[in-house]
Ligand binder design. Structure first.
Ligand SMILES: Cc1ncc(COP(=O)(O)O)c(C=O)c1O
Length: 420
């Protein structure tokens, strides 16, 4: 059996001098997946026109005879991985509802651009929502005369039931769209998503789930969750090359969804619209199967349990060592945790950047640091800096100890500096 920890760094190109504790930000792709991507690129270059114009996608067809084009085959692999395969098969091998998009931001923009939003409609986000997606919601509201409601959820550390209760109280019938993060970004919380989606369904509120961090970090079955739309990144936790994400669309919305980039496929259905948004590099999507295969070889459950256990136990260890508190329930933790830092380290945006760059340059630790004064403020600790720890199978307790000690040293130096 493969043992996880820093020895796994040999499978990545990551600089082994670093403790890389920021897998969540943009992911990190294993060597063998990148090699597969390079092989695909070489195959494309042997006959680019044949590959790109005839094998990759068919923007004119709603259906095809025989083998589906390559992007539809990739979509079928992705649908199987995220539990979004059509129960009745469908024209493209069970992936009729699955669009391959560069990232969740594109998926969210596709949904927003496809809704017939009227002046006076209300679109809702939460205070834990990701700023880029919230901006897209605000922009569409501005253009259409709709308004934006922010659903206020508790701060990190509150019991799960408080999140579900606050959501139920504020999300009322009549909303045109609700956007919820399945795992939040700045607070790194696994939301009680099934409760939230069910509440939206029961109240006739269309719901888009932002699953940027979910595929591979958590077991995912989109069909079972059954929101109206689910969009996620594969290049973060599922180890596929950047950029690769997906947008799943419920059957009742498939005739109204449009790709945000209009090209030849317009009006020919989801696959035709999304698979050819002009010429683009398809190699990341086509190499996704290699990432899924690698994960399967190592053991999907084994990877997930290792990453979760390291995040969960480290959060407690670090909070105790630093004299701060960590009260997030385990059910709200995947493979990322946000931990408060000692108050001696300050709380402004400048303090956060100084600390992040010091940890990177001096202690060779890559980790994001948030200030309550930044856009993370609404969902992170209100009175101190905090950092977001991501754990991946190439990390182990030695990385955590390096982080623990580096922060203790800096806090001690800040205290001495302050008292002299
Ligand atoms: C919750 C959430 N949504 C959306 C995004 C945006 O992801 P991308 O830039 O890949 O579209 C992120 C990025 O970290 C995120 O954490």
């Amino acid at each position: 059996m493969t043992s996880f920890g820093r020895s796994m760094l040999s499978e990545w190109h990551l600089d082994p001098d670093y403790a890389y504790l920021n897998h969540g930000t943009v992911g990190a792709t294993p060597k063998r997946v990148l090699q597969r991507q390079r092989d695909i690129i070489e195959e494309i270059e042997r006959h680019p026109a044949e590959f790109m114009l005839r094998r990759l996608a068919n923007p004119m067809a709603k259906d095809w005879e025989g083998e589906p084009p390559l992007l539809r085959q990739a979509a079928t692999d992705v649908a199987a991985y995220v539990g979004a395969t059509d129960p009745d098969g469908g024209a493209s091998g069970g992936a009729d509802g699955l669009a391959l998009v560069d990232n969740i931001t594109t998926g969210a923009n596709a949904v927003l651009g496809s809704l017939d939003i009227k002046p006076g409609d209300t679109l809702a986000v939460t205070n834990h929502g990701y700023g880029g997606v919230t901006n897209a919601v605000s922009r569409v509201a501005e253009l259409t005369g709709a308004s934006v409601q922010t659903v206020t959820l508790p701060s990190a550390g509150a019991p799960v039931a408080d999140f579900a209760d606050a959501f139920r109280q504020q999300v009322q019938p009549g909303l045109r769209l609700m956007v919820i993060d399945h795992i939040t970004s700045f607070s790194a919380l696994v939301m009680p998503i099934a409760d939230m989606v069910n509440h939206c369904r029961d109240n006739g509120v269309p719901v888009l789930v932002d699953g940027a961090h979910v595929p591979a970090q958590l077991p995912l079955n989109v069909n079972e969750l059954a929101p109206d739309w689910y969009s996620g990144n594969l290049h973060k936790w599922a180890w596929t090359p950047r950029s690769s994400g997906f947008l799943w669309v419920a059957p009742e919305h498939r005739h109204t969804i449009h790709a945000p980039i209009v090209s030849w496929g317009i009006g020919n259905g989801l696959a035709a619209e999304f698979d050819l948004p002009g010429t683009r590099d398809p190699s990341g999507f086509l190499a996704a199967g290699e990432a899924f295969g690698f994960r399967q070889e190592l053991g999907e459950d084994a990877i997930r349990s290792y990453n979760h256990a390291l995040a969960w136990t480290s959060a407690d260890q670090l909070a105790q060592a630093w004299g701060t508190e960590f009260t997030t329930p385990e059910a709200m933790v995947g493979s990322m945790v946000v931990i408060k830092l000692p108050t001696e380290l300050g709380q402004t945006v400048d303090d956060a950047e100084r600390l992040r760059s010091h940890l990177s340059a001096e202690a060779l630790i890559e980790i994001p640091v948030f200030s309550p004064d930044s856009e993370a403020g609404a969902s992170a600790s209100p009175d101190s800096l905090s950092l977001r720890l991501s754990t991946q199978i190439y990390n182990d307790s030695s990385d955590i100890e390096r982080l623990e000690q580096a922060v203790l040293n800096l806090a001690a130096a800040a205290k001495t500096g302050a008292s002299t």
